[in-house]
Design a protein around this ligand. Structure first.
Ligand code: SAH
Length: 213
């Protein structure tokens, strides 16, 4: 794996693009400026790695668009040492962004091929999240509660069971909707029973599916 000056230059332009699109959190822009996104894609696609686009990563899945990664991360308001549950490890790129912000990350993937691939890659890059191969709809009750839950696949509805794994004051960011597109939804836990939902625009994700493959 080589991270050349050319890659670094392309990455700087990508950061400018995302910043122009409205991402303000400097820590997130720095993380995107630092992480070689081309490592998360098959070699041969370097040209595409620094465009602000989603891209296929195998098993019918995609690495999210960098702007979308930044947007979801910004909504989550991650603080250093926060415990974050990520549903949909995919390529591992979003996970790396969360780790750069100093979070402790628990990440779940239902596609075995991607779980193995991203685990090997992140280990090589010296990133140390907790990896799980399983169904994100179940969360990780033994490690709950979490300061934040980030769902990186389109959920037909807010996954209610996961809300129980959110700390009071915690935030869940979830794209809600079907194959025609999803509404980015922020759910904040007010107290034991109350949750506040707000909507933050339209996005397009691969679906959040039940079970594992
Ligand atoms: N965060 C990823 C985005 C990958 S796309 C990245 O940065 O690359 C969404 C991922 O969610 C896919 O890999 C898909 O297999 C996974 N996924 C879908 N439903 C899931 C579920 N119920 N549990 C865990 N992972 C799921």
């Amino acid at each position: 794996m080589v991270d050349s000056y050319r890659h670094k230059g392309l990455r700087k332009k990508l950061v400018d693009t995302i910043s122009e699109k409205g991402i303000k959190d400097k820590r997130i822009l720095d993380a995107i400026g630092k992480i070689p996104r081309h490592y998360f894609m098959d070699s041969g696609f370097v040209e595409f790695a620094y465009r602000d686009q989603a891209f296929p990563i195998g098993a019918g899945q995609t690495i999210s668009q960098p702007y979308t990664v930044a947007f979801q991360t910004e909504l989550l308001e991650v603080k250093k040492h926060d415990k974050i549950l990520e549903v949909g490890t995919g390529s591992g790129y979003q996970c790396a962004v969360l780790l750069e912000l100093g979070a402790k990350v628990y990440t779940i993937e239902r596609q075995r091929e991607l779980y193995l691939k991203s685990r090997a890659l992140l280990n090589d890059m010296a990133y140390k999240p907790y990896f799980f191969y399983g169904d994100g709809y179940l969360g990780q009750p033994s490690y709950a509660p979490f300061d934040g839950i980030l769902i990186t696949a389109g959920a037909p509805d807010i996954p209610r069971d996961l809300l129980k794994q959110l700390k009071i004051g915690g935030r869940m960011v979830v794209p809600v909707g079907g194959s025609a597109g999803q509404v980015m939804t922020l759910v904040e836990r007010i107290n034991e029973e109350e949750f506040k939902e707000t909507e933050h625009g339209y996005f397009a994700f691969v679906p959040m599916l039940k079970g594992r493959q």
